[in-house]
Design a protein around this ligand. Structure first.
Ligand SMILES: NC(=O)c1ccc[n+]([C@@H]2O[C@H](COP(=O)([O-])OP(=O)(O)OC[C@H]3O[C@@H](n4cnc5c(N)ncnc54)[C@H](OP(=O)(O)O)[C@@H]3O)[C@@H](O)[C@H]2O)c1
Length: 363
């Protein structure tokens, strides 16, 4: 195929070890149902680290997530795909498992026209190459908060006090969107580095970010109508902290960190299924009635709404400011293994700049 190489660089994840190597380009797979994307920028997600570590349940309907946050250009589009070479696109990994890892020079996605229409999403922002941000994690947040409104029947969040556990990428984007929908927000984070990052980047004001231990303070206990749980791991202790923040009748919305079999309160509601199936269920915790809910994944429509929100309200959604570090593809294997092993931890988003030669801190 003209323009496509005979070999390409790609990563392999095997037994917790990530390695960068060269593979023969699979020209034989360039059929009418295949799109090939050449990424410009890739994001490291907490899910990537969990898959290296072996602490993530992989869903059969979408496959491993290792290497799913990316923005790039269509390098090949089969006749039935509806795409054209040269289009600026991103990936929705929640649609089909028939794709190769994004941590590569080329990514192959195969599916029916209907699947590809959801799995490959056009990016309407050409300048995303100069000031990159990752559309997938934002689309998941848009989807999740819209799902919360849908499940609770709320038209917006005006007058609702929103508490968020975790100032990781997810927690910060929840804060942006909840504020945009009219809610005052309070984000609680265990460690100081992510709290400092959120303040320094101007994403959260001083009064919006707190140590997790403050969740126990009288000023916060029982003070929130919606509590969003968005840490790496939703331990029973963290869910209890979230329940403590919740007012009677509040929504406890679990976004991240559950695994098959997890329950809350212990032995009661199946919190992992509630999250992955996007349900809402009433539970009682320490005499308090709570609506336990959650969300999982996203659709093309969520990406499109995310792009609109970012374009129309850039002040509300400073998504570029989430980037804390840019690294080269060569640095990626050891950096991501350090993150997975807990030897390194960066606030915000670490981006792999395929065009970069040296790592550099982002201001
Ligand atoms: N539902 C979905 O569709 C969806 C989509 C994407 C991601 N997720 C999930 O969302 C979660 C957060 O992702 P992210 O991108 O925001 O990750 P991230 O940027 O790496 O942030 C991780 C957050 O978890 C906190 N944390 C980790 N372990 C903790 C513990 N034991 N106690 C208290 N806090 C703890 C960290 O706090 P410190 O600063 O104190 O370490 C940090 O705030 C992950 O579980 C991810 O899998 C869900």
């Amino acid at each position: 195929m003209p323009g496509l190489p005979t070999t390409y660089a790609t990563t392999t994840l095997r037994d917790g070890v990530v390695s960068l190597g060269t593979r023969r380009f699979p020209h034989g797979e360039l059929g009418p149902d295949t799109v090939v994307i050449k990424p410009d920028h890739l994001g490291i997600c907490r899910a990537d680290a969990k898959e290296i570590h072996g602490s993530r349940d992989v869903m059969a309907d979408r496959g491993p997530l290792f290497g799913h946050e990316l923005v790039g250009t269509v390098a090949f589009a089969g006749g039935r795909t509806g795409f054209r070479p040269g289009e600026l696109v991103t990936l929705n990994p929640n649609i089909t498992p028939t794709r190769t890892t994004g941590f590569a020079e080329y990514v192959l996605v195969r599916g029916t026209g209907k699947q590809l229409d959801q799995a490959v999403v056009r990016v309407p922002e050409p300048h995303i190459r100069d000031t990159p941000w990752m559309p997938e994690p934002f689309a998941c947040i848009v989807h999740a908060l819209d799902k919360l409104l849908d499940l609770t029947g709320l038209p917006a969040l005006h007058g609702k006090r929103v508490g968020i556990i975790g100032a990781g990428c997810a927690g910060l984007m929840f804060a942006m969107y909840a504020r945009h929908l009219g809610a005052p927000v309070a984000v609680f984070n265990r460690g100081e580095p992510r709290r400092a990052f959120a303040r320094q980047q101007g994403i959260l004001a001083d009064h919006e970010i707190h140590p997790l231990t403050d969740a126990e303070a009288a000023a916060h206990r029982g003070g929130y109508d919606i509590v969003i749980v968005a840490p790496t791991i939703a331990t029973t202790e963290l869910l209890e902290t979230a329940a403590g923040l919740a007012a009677d009748g509040a929504v406890l919305f679990v976004y991240g960190g559950t695994r098959a079999g997890d329950t809350f309160p212990t032995g009661a509601a199946d919190v992992d299924t509630i999250r992955r199936r996007e349900r809402i269920e009433s539970v009682t915790h320490q005499g308090k009635r709570l609506e336990l809910s959650g969300a999982y994944g996203c659709f093309r429509e969520d990406y499109e709404k995310g792009f609109r929100l970012h374009a129309e309200h850039p002040q509300d959604f400073p998504l570029e400011k989430l980037t804390s570090r840019r690294i080269t593809p060569e640095e990626f294997p050891h950096r991501v293994m350090d993150i997975a092993a807990g030897r390194a931890d960066f606030p915000g988003k670490v981006l792999i700049d395929v065009t970069a030669r040296h790592s550099r801190a982002h201001s």
